[in-house]
Design a protein around this ligand. Sequence first.
Ligand code: NIG
Ligand code: FE
Length: 397
Amino acid sequence: MVAGGESYGAIRDGVVVVRAGRIEWLGPEVDAPAELVADPATSVDGAGGWVTPGLIDCHTHLVFGGDRAHEFEMRLQGATYEEIARAGGGILWTVKATRAASEDGLLAAAGPRLLALMAHGVTTVEIKSGYGLDLESELRMLRTARRLADEYSVRVSTTLLAAHALPPEFDQDRVGYLDLVCNEMIPRAAEEDLADAVDAFCEGIAFTSEECARVFDAGARHGLAIRLHADQLSDLGGAALASAHAARSADHLEYTSEAGVRAMAAAGVTAVVLPGAFYFLRETQAPPIEAFRANGVPIAVATDLNPGSSPVGSPLIAMNLACVLFRLTPEEALAGMTRNAAPVLGLQGELGTLEVGRRADLAVWGIGHPAELAYWVGSNPCSAVVQGGLLRGGGAG
Ligand code: NIG
Ligand code: FE
């Protein structure tokens, strides 16, 4: 996936040599230095398939209580996502279930969802809070996310999304809730190293751009990276707001204007597209992919795995949806889950491409061509995963 060369940065009949968790050498097998060719006991045979960087799912909400299958039924009978949210369902429904859950309960519920991503080649996953909306519940979600990293030996990047919805107890006091977010939640999450980034939902049913800006200023003061749920259901200028705050990414972007795209290009903000939410909410306006390309805005793709708008547990399905619904090429979709997803988590130079010195997170696939990763729907050609130089579930490394 190194840019600029052959399509997909492909190396044919290749070998990847891994030592101490990093890529030590890679290239065509015929060129491999003899002293580096490993003993078969510590090798993984790709069997004529393909090896890619481990997939990076850079936008998920995979820690939550309960589910929202009943809202799926309501929406199919005609209710809209926004109507359900304004009637106290939506995000607030999941907040109730998440507040009622213990840390162990959240961990147990999230485990199978994480394992499903991992089985499809994911080696790094971002996990947001945002279903707690009080100090203890938000920190509990983030602690759960950190524990998932240890329990499942997978890389997890965490994001505080306390500005996801206004909790019912602050119904009449928006400023009071933002005080709590900025003066208590952000400092505590940063102090206890529970969050790597801060995110907000800039939308009519959530927070205004001024309110999001307050959250960003507090996050930046505490050394957190900035992200934004921007322009998903309407254009509130989210892309420009994220750009003005030097965000790593603006995410969703269905309603982003040309001016917003140009602001992102100037500020070096990555566009994270979330076709699972577009699909599941039956959205009709796609993000301005052509404008991202024309302005050189890097495009990442993620599952947005969450109970309300994107119950999508497969990165490959997200890639397929990005191609079919947003017309990304299969190569762009794979770059969106590898090379272009790494900088969204501040991991450029470490992950996202196969190059000497990068961390050895690799996925092995039983496919004849890399376009197949975005092509098959619902099958899983992932045959092995190497995480930090170790074969998952095996001894080689
Ligand atoms: O990324 N857009 C806001 N947040 C989530 C949905 C959360 C939910 O409905 O539970 C999203 O789509
Ligand atoms: Fe999201």
